[in-house]
Design a protein around this ligand. Structure first.
Ligand code: ADP
Length: 492
């Protein structure tokens, strides 16, 4: 065993390859031993059957040559026929004849060497009147097959048994066992080698994937594990790891972008505020000039705290710390109220802001969050629509949902960007310097608010043809199917 130790490397015993090989070895070891035992059994049965058939023939022949006259056995054969004489002598080598009481009438030396049966056993065979073939060992351990039976002659029944040594069979079986046992270690070594090789082949993709995965770091997250195209479990695993890397890379990029954006977003106003205050300090002479410098700085501080608040709100919401204060409220009335707040800004930009709502669309919702939702959608609609455009706000009932649509006639969102605009920090690149550039947090917060209210949101848009955001929230108490109230004619 000691020669094996240098072959065992640290960690090898825990390796899957080692354990697979050991499993092969145990499995094939048991299988080979089982097959050997089964083959030996079959071989023994075949050999014994041959001897048994031979004994049967010899028993018949003995009956032919033997006749009993006046209780005496007489062997009838041609003394001059040497061949016949030899046959009879062979038949008489292991032979016994007894009367019905079990008294031995004639027994050969060969039979005595096997052991003469007791009278009781002889009587039992005669009573059963059926031929019996059994294997018996002589006192010195040699196996014999004995054929016992009843012989009818001289108007009486006699007991006749003949036998044959099974030593040759035993020798063949021993030979088989020895050869097989000599072959077994060779087969087992081949199993180990084959198992070791097969396990390496089977596990190579795993090893390669593990090595490749080990090389992935924050700096080269774009690396993907190669697929072998076999479509097996390992390929599926590689596919899963790759899609996990996609997600990781995406959120890594987002986080990196976020840090850049946040620091940029915070640094610019901070630099501006600092500049304003420094200029004020150096150039202001009158209280009015100081006042103006402070008011300007305050406005920028206000913008800054707005950004910080947005970030804080989103991280509170996404970490599940923002608890909704739900109450039944009229979605349409709220939309009208919010639109009114944007009316002046819209007019200032030369834009038309139209509202059309179905009254009575009750939703169970957090008013502050719904106001935030509409503010974001309306602010975006105004921001991305040039003057002269139109923004439409609509609330209506649709089945068991209240549906809000905020549509504009602005620059629209290219299709390839639409699936991403609800992600954090995602902004559609406009290609030009944009002073009103947001953080890309508004829609992700809107998305969170909609989901937190059990609703859904989608967007339809074509570049240059405006965008239409549709929010569906479950109605607080869906009314039984009836015609919409706006279609009813009021009766005084
Ligand atoms: P931001 O603070 O940048 O507006 P949002 O999350 O609100 O962030 O929006 C993400 C991006 O989706 C915006 O940068 C803009 O490119 C695009 N977007 C949102 N609303 C509209 C709209 N009504 N029309 C055109 N593009 C829009």
């Amino acid at each position: 065993m000691r020669w094996i130790l240098p072959l065992v490397r640290p960690g090898m015993v825990q390796s899957l390859r080692f354990r697979l090989t050991v499993s092969y070895l145990v499995f094939f070891g048991i299988l080979l031993v089982g097959v050997g035992v089964a083959f030996r059994g079959i071989l023994q049965a075949i050999l014994n059957n041959q001897v048994s058939a031979l004994l049967e023939e010899e028993w018949g022949a003995t009956k032919g040559y033997l006749s009993i006259e006046k209780k005496k056995p007489i062997w009838k054969y041609d003394d001059q026929d040497l061949e016949e004489k030899a046959i009879v002598e062979k038949l008489r080598q292991i032979y016994i004849l007894a009367d019905s009481n079990g008294n031995v009438m004639e027994v050969s030396d060969g039979y005595e060497a096997v052991g003469v049966e007791r009278a009781a056993e002889i009587r039992q065979v005669m009573a059963a009147n059926k031929p019996v073939t059994a294997i018996r060992r002589s006192p010195d351990g040699v196996p014999y097959m004995i054929r016992q039976g009843v012989l009818l002659d001289d108007n009486s029944k006699f007991y006749l048994a003949i036998g044959r040594p099974l030593a040759e069979n035993e020798r063949v079986l021993d030979q088989f066992t020895r050869n097989y046992l000599a072959l077994l270690p060779v087969l087992l070594i081949l199993t180990v080698l084959g198992g070791w090789y097969l396990a390496r082949r089977a596990l190579r993709p795993v090893t390669e994937s593990a090595e490749a995965t080990g090389r992935i770091s924050g700096a080269n997250l774009s690396y993907r594990l190669p697929l072998r195209g076999s479509g097996d479990e390992l390929d599926k695993l590689v596919g899963t790891i790759n899609s996990m890397l996609d997600r990781l890379e995406y959120s890594f990029t987002q986080t990196r972008q976020f840090s850049t954006d946040v620091s940029h977003e915070l640094r610019t106003p901070l630099t501006v505020i600092r500049g304003q205050l420094e200029v004020g300090l150096m150039t202001a002479r009158t209280p009015e000039q100081y006042r103006e410098a402070i008011v300007n700085a305050l406005q920028d501080v206000e913008r800054l705290s707005h950004t910080v608040r947005a970030l804080l709100n989103l991280s509170l919401a996404e970490s599940g710390q923002l608890v909704l204060q739900k109450a039944d409220l009229d979605f349409g009335a709220l939309a009208r109220e919010m639109a009114e707040q944007f009316q002046i800004a819209a007019e200032a930009e030369g834009m038309a802001l139209e509202v059309s709502v179905t009254p009575g669309c009750l939703v169970s919702a957090d008013r502050v969050q719904l106001e935030r939702l509409m503010t974001n959608l309306l602010a975006n609609a105004l921001k991305f629509t040039p003057s002269g455009g139109r923004v439409t706000v609509r609330v209506r009932r649709d089945g068991a949902a209240a549906e809000l649509t905020v549509s504009d006639t602005g620059r629209g969102i290219p299709p390839e960007h639409q699936p991403h605009i609800f992600n954090r920090f995602y902004r559609v690149p406009s290609g030009e310097a944009d002073p009103e550039r947001g953080l890309g947090l508004g829609l992700s917060f809107v998305n969170w608010i909609v989901k937190a209210h059990g609703g859904e949101i989608d967007v339809t848009s074509a570049p240059g043809q405006g965008a239409s955001f549709r929010v569906r929230l479950p109605l607080a108490a869906p009314e039984p199917a009836q015609e919409a109230p706006e279609n009813l004619v009021a009766v005084e």
